[in-house]
Design a protein. Structure first.
Lengths: 274, 292
């Protein structure tokens, strides 16, 4: 039998509960492009990270104030590998139309992650899940303290999603020209026969802020950029940061009805000139 | 051999279209057996040779038809058995939801057909439109009738009312993505558990306070290492492992407005799902248990 949340939680490495797991589920689905994720519970909040090759690292971050109860033991590291596909299916077990309360328990290293879900509109049903955990693989350390930031843009997420959706899907490479001069941002893709270009001056409605000291051209694999589209679809705002080594960091903010926020973050490694 | 029937009321017509559409989702082909008091839709497992039906649906004709005439081959064989592609029938009946009347008859065109004449109201004009569909059928010879008898099932160990089919289907469909098999566990205390177990996860959805129609315990668990919840008398619990896809398919019947759905379990061997409507339509599905 499961221990109740209020008694003896200290014997667990990690316990948490929230009134509705729906937003968490849509956030996790936004980064679910790999089978497994690294699950890490810290004092400040919960973070799940997936990696695509050694090129893209995506995280979902849920600050602890999103939970009605949140407890992590401070003398241990709560980090493990888990199937994110199974986790999202479990969170969605009563369907996306249903709001279900969620409780999470993790007893100790090697034990499964326990979830207890209860829908708000039916009282005679509950689901409990035991999801297997494994030792976490080490994650890429992409952030480099020695490099400086060369450009920072704040954009409206729905508009940026629309822009990415307009790009030709068959293209491999996306070029991004950033400059203090007009048109500030231009995004270029090369197809079989053609070159297409989208200009986005800083006066555009979708640009909320723009800073760039000197012109820079960066190249990324378009399919890597496309991985952020699901996350854009559930977010309100996105911050793009380019560092001098070309690494692109996208920070997306998802606002909930209750004014709390959840985030997703993508690091994308640039293509180098050959 | 003769068959002619007329339907005039809108609610039975809508219901009939729903029943046929559900059957077409469950199977490509079905047998339509016509008898003097009932229509039967019968589905056998595909590509499996002669096997007892997995779906058995009874529609009492008196509540649906205002006119109903049937003449069999002879006095010994009063019924008519027709093989039909279920989608053909269901597509022809789509317009039935707004129709004024439906006439069904057995005709001989280039091949034997079930001819459906649907009288549709026209929005702009006073006149109505008459749409005729000829659905090709195969007349099943008498010597094969025995294959389509109602399956004789052993007495179930438990019969329990199912919760909302829609809710159940959502849950099963999530489970189906994780595991091809699901274990149904029902207790005499009115609890029903759906459980999947894989290397990655064990997921159990528990319903409680369900009505138990019948219980024939105690259940013998001596040959299995079945796990149970604490405080539960295992002799009052039976279970059966079934194909999640088949179970989910039956649950798509939730578009038929039904009174109740009963799940009967023969411990470890068979799950029978039976849906009943106000018009006394009975839709039964037989899912055999998976035993290792």
């Amino acid at each position: 039998m499961k221990a109740r949340m209020d008694d003896g939680t200290s014997q667990y490495y990690f316990t948490a509960s929230m009134d509705s797991g729906k937003t968490l589920c849509s956030l996790l689905k936004a980064i679910q492009f790999q089978e497994s994720a690294v699950f890490c519970a810290m004092q400040e909040g919960l973070k799940l990270t997936v990696e695509e090759g050694k090129c893209v690292q995506a995280s979902a971050y849920v600050p602890s104030d999103n939970f009605t109860e949140y407890h992590v033991r401070d003398d241990v590291d709560v980090i493990f590998k888990i199937s994110i596909a199974v986790l999202t299916e479990c969170l969605n077990i009563f369907g996306s139309a249903e709001e279900s309360s969620l409780k999470m328990y993790y007893r100790c290293e090697g034990s499964p992650l326990l979830l207890v879900l209860q829908p708000q509109s039916f009282s005679n049903v509950m689901t409990d899940c035991e999801i297997a955990t494994q030792t976490a693989d080490s994650l890429l350390e992409l952030r480099d303290e020695d490099t400086s930031e060369v450009a920072k843009l704040v954009l409206k997420a729905p508009a940026f999603l629309g822009l990415l959706a307009d790009l030709e899907k068959s293209c491999d490479v996306m070029e991004m020209h950033l400059s203090p001069e007009h048109p500030n941002v231009s995004i270029v893709t090369y197809g079989m026969q053609d070159r297409s270009c989208i200009d986005m001056p800083k006066s555009s409605d979708m640009v909320q802020s723009f800073s760039c000291e000197e012109a820079v051209t960066l190249k990324y694999q378009l399919q890597h950029i496309r991985l952020i589209m699901k996350a854009l679809a559930v977010s309100s705002k996105v911050v793009l940061r380019c560092s001098s080594n070309g690494l692109l960091l996208l920070q997306l903010k998802l606002e909930k009805e209750d004014q709390r926020q959840m985030f997703s973050e993508f690091y994308i490694v640039p293509l180098l000139d050959d | 051999m003769k068959f002619r029937a007329v339907m005039m009321d809108s609610s039975p017509m809508r219901e009939f279209a729903n029943i046929v559409s559900t059957i077409s989702k469950l199977s490509k082909e079905c047998i339509l057996r016509l008898s003097s008091d009932q229509l039967y839709f019968i589905v056998s497992e595909e590509n499996n040779g002669p096997a007892p039906p997995i779906l058995w649906c009874e529609v009492p004709q008196a509540l649906f038809f205002s006119e109903y005439q049937i003449v069999g081959v002879d006095d010994e064989h009063k019924d008519i058995y027709l093989g039909i592609i279920s989608a053909n029938l269901s597509k022809s009946l789509v317009t039935l939801k707004t129709a004024k009347s439906l006439k069904m008859k057995l005709t001989k065109k280039q091949c034997p057909c079930l001819t459906l004449e649907i009288d549709l109201p026209s929005i702009t004009m006073q006149q109505s439109r008459l749409v005729t569909h000829d659905v090709p059928v195969i007349v099943i010879p008498r010597k094969l009738w025995t294959e389509f008898h109602e399956p004789r099932v052993p007495r179930p160990d438990i019969s329990i009312e199912l919760p909302s089919l829609k809710q159940l289907r959502t849950t099963i469909d999530r489970m189906k993505t994780m595991s091809p098999e699901v274990v149904l566990r029902a207790s005499a205390e009115g609890r029903l558990t759906l459980q999947i177990k894989t290397d990655l996860a064990k997921v159990s959805t528990r319903f409680r306070d369900l009505r138990v129609e019948a219980f024939e315990g105690p259940i013998d668990h001596s040959d299995s290492e079945s796990e149970s919840q604490i405080n539960e008398d295992v002799s009052r619990v039976c279970y059966c492992r079934v194909d999640a896809k088949k179970f989910s398919m039956f649950l798509s019947a939730d578009n038929i407005s039904h009174n109740r759905t009963i799940c009967s379990i023969v411990h470890k061997k068979l799950v029978t799902l039976c849906l009943q409507t106000e018009e006394n339509v009975k839709l039964q599905c037989f899912i055999t248990g998976i035993v290792y």
